[in-house]
Design a protein around this ligand. Structure first.
Ligand SMILES: Nc1ncnc2c1ncn2[C@@H]1O[C@H](COP(=O)(O)OP(=O)(O)OP(=O)(O)O)[C@@H](O)[C@H]1O
Length: 600
């Protein structure tokens, strides 16, 4: 402690040892030794001045060597002051008063030097026995101090031999951080109890009963498998609960997740069971999750075990008597807002109804369920748009009537120079007041089908004998003009916009509680097929709530942002904030958007 106090910064004066001499002695030291002051050698950074190693190097330092030389000189000149062998100061007479401090210092330094110099601070290992039997197994004794955390290792019993092995060491757990236990190590004893032949549960019981230190006697595995995978992040496309999985080797070590969670995969050594952390993560310890192959297998089993369920309607519609396109034409204050026409919206909406083969809507990508079966984990990377790059497409999804179009329209209207909707295509004839490229791109049926064939539509459908659709090129036109393209899509079209090219940011617009809808939607108008519009009824709210529940359960893994459309004004601000986030802040995106593969 004295030395620690004395050192301070490198290059500082060594005050403390001198100050222990007292004023008188300090005054005499230069006269005796010829040393004006003692300065520590300069080294970058602060000294870590703890421990014997420092003391040892200190006592071997050149400045101390000079002091020792002085002591020898003193000893030679004043032999009676010193005991020859022990470097002890003997004299105690009054005439030596001014020297007393110096003698004490030298005595302390010399004895400290001798003590430290003679000690060996390396661990003392027992001598290696000369004759070891060939079949002798190397053992390792591992002591771990039990705390509130789990040990972070699982064990298993060999059915063949009854031997107990470490099955898995959980990344970041106590055992892993100790670096002393490894998967495949054979456990011989736990706290002195031999475990061969015991059931793993009995071993666990011994561990549970023990307090303080846990002592394992293990035969280390000879060829330890190397975890040589690189860091990987994934977005989960399915829910998983270890408690409901009879196949997981150890449910307590498992980690549950929900669709859309982002996980850091920290260990893929085992082909069937990986280790992962959920982000953002506060815990150092990982959990066990099924590998891609394992989860795929589980999902297939689950898929086949489910009774057949046709897609249900999100909204039911009265047939026929639809009015022509009308009030959704978007000419507001002289600025034309495309993509809000009734036929287009009704056509897309109908895509949910069952069995209406003539009026169905299609996307160019497989359904989310199908792709989740193939890819239960989607590899993701952190991506931030470069300001020089085109903006990311922003796509809104929500149950019918929630206010997706209202929000979109308000945002585009507030700043048409920045935000724009895509101009849709249709095969219906243009009306006298309409211009091609403004309300719609009017094209003939053959051309439309050709575009469908060439995968040019993000989403399209047929309504009352005419095709309607949103093309990839219409979206790209806006993005290439430097503006932000804001579209709304049906949920089944999400996959068609999640591409390297468009890098769509998906915003889910969620309805508030029914109570809040009753209050906020008093003057709102619901779009129906039969009547142009009418006020919301109680059943509309119930239907919207149910549709939202289904939509979330099928597609929540694709939502980049979720907002509740409660108060209209607040929702507009929230939407604007989300759009900025999408363009200017780092987000998790599929890895193949950044490192395109052949498939993407
Ligand atoms: N937060 C809100 N508060 C009050 N009224 C709202 C709110 N959001 C939307 N509305 C109103 O609700 C009605 C339906 O909204 P909108 O037409 O945008 O629905 P939508 O989600 O586009 O549905 P659809 O796709 O079926 O047309 C409109 O009258 C709209 O003005």
């Amino acid at each position: 402690a004295e030395l620690r106090g004395s050192l301070g910064q490198p290059g500082s004066r060594l005050d403390m040892p001198l100050s222990v001499l007292g004023r008188d002695a300090t005054a005499h030291l230069p006269r005796i030794t010829g040393i004006e002051r003692i300065t520590l050698p300069s080294r970058p950074g602060r000294y870590d001045i703890n421990g014997a190693e420092l003391l040892y190097s200190l006592l071997n330092a050149p400045w101390l060597q000079s002091l020792l030389k002085v002591s020898l000189d003193l000893e030679w000149r004043f032999p009676k002051l010193f005991c020859p062998r022990e470097h002890q100061i003997m004299v105690n007479s009054s005439e030596d008063q001014p020297w007393r401090g110096v003698r004490k210092l030298l005595q302390a330094l010399i004895s400290a030097h001798d003590t430290v110099a003679q000690k060996d601070y390396d661990p003392v290992l027992p001598p290696i026995p000369e004759h070891l039997p060939d079949d002798e197994e190397a053992m390792r004794i591992v002591c771990l101090v039990k705390n509130k955390q789990p040990l972070g290792a699982t064990i298993k019993r060999s059915d063949l031999t009854g031997e107990i092995f470490v099955a898995r060491v959980i990344h970041g757990g106590l055992a892993d951080r100790s670096g002393l236990l490894h998967a495949g190590d054979r456990i011989m004893e736990v706290n002195g109890y031999p475990v061969d032949g015991l059931e793993p549960e009995q071993v666990i019981e011994i561990l549970a009963r023990s307090h303080g230190t846990l002592m394992f006697k293990v035969v280390p595995i000879t060829d330890r498998p190397v975890n040589n995978h690189t860091m990987m992040y994934v977005r989960t496309m399915a829910d998983y609960s270890p408690q409901q999985d009879p196949a997981i080797p150890c449910a307590e070590a498992g980690m549950g997740f929900r669709k859309g969670d982002v996980l850091e995969i920290v260990d893929q050594t085992d082909a069937l069971w990986w280790q992962a952390k959920k982000l953002p993560s506060t815990s150092a310890c990982a959990g066990l999750i099924p590998s891609t192959n394992m989860l795929r297998r589980k999902q297939r089993e689950f898929w086949w075990s489910q009774p057949y369920q046709p897609h249900t309607c999100i909204k039911t519609y009265e047939e026929a008597f639809e009015s022509e396109e009308g009030e959704f034409g978007g000419n507001v204050d002289g600025i034309y807002l495309p993509g809000f026409r009734r036929s287009l919206r009704l056509c897309r909406r109908r895509s949910h109804s069952t069995g209406s083969s003539q009026q169905s809507c299609h996307t160019r990508c497989p359904s989310s369920c199908y792709s989740a079966l193939n890819n239960p984990y989607e590899e993701v990377v952190r991506y931030q748009r470069n300001p020089q790059d085109a903006h990311r497409l922003v796509a809104l999804v929500g149950p019918s009537g929630v206010g997706v179009n209202e929000l979109r329209r308000r945002l585009i209207q507030s700043n048409p120079g920045t935000f724009q909707g895509a101009v849709p295509h249709t095969t219906r004839a243009a009306k006298s007041c309409e211009e091609s490229g403004r309300e719609y791109h009017f094209i003939n049926r053959e051309l439309f089908e050709n575009m469908v064939y060439n995968n040019r539509f993000l989403e399209y459908g047929e309504y009352r004998g005419h095709y309607y659709g949103t093309s990839l090129d219409a979206v790209k036109d806006i993005l290439n003009s430097g503006r932000i393209c804001l579209i709304d899509i049906e949920p089944h079209a999400i996959q068609s916009v999640r591409t390297h090219e468009l890098k769509a940011y998906i915003i889910y617009v969620k309805p508030p509680t029914i109570d809040r809808m009753r209050t906020t939607r008093q003057n709102a108008q619901v779009t129906t097929n039969y009547y142009a519009t009418r006020p919301f009824k109680e059943e509309d709210f119930l239907e919207m709530e149910e549709a939202a529940r289904k939509l979330e359960s099928h597609y929540c893994q694709y939502f980049d942002y979720i907002m509740v459309n409660n108060e209209l004004q607040d929702s507009c601000v929230q939407l604007l904030t989300a759009m900025r986030k999408a363009q200017d802040e780092p987000q998790w995106v599929p890895a193949n958007w950044i490192r395109p593969t052949e498939e993407s």
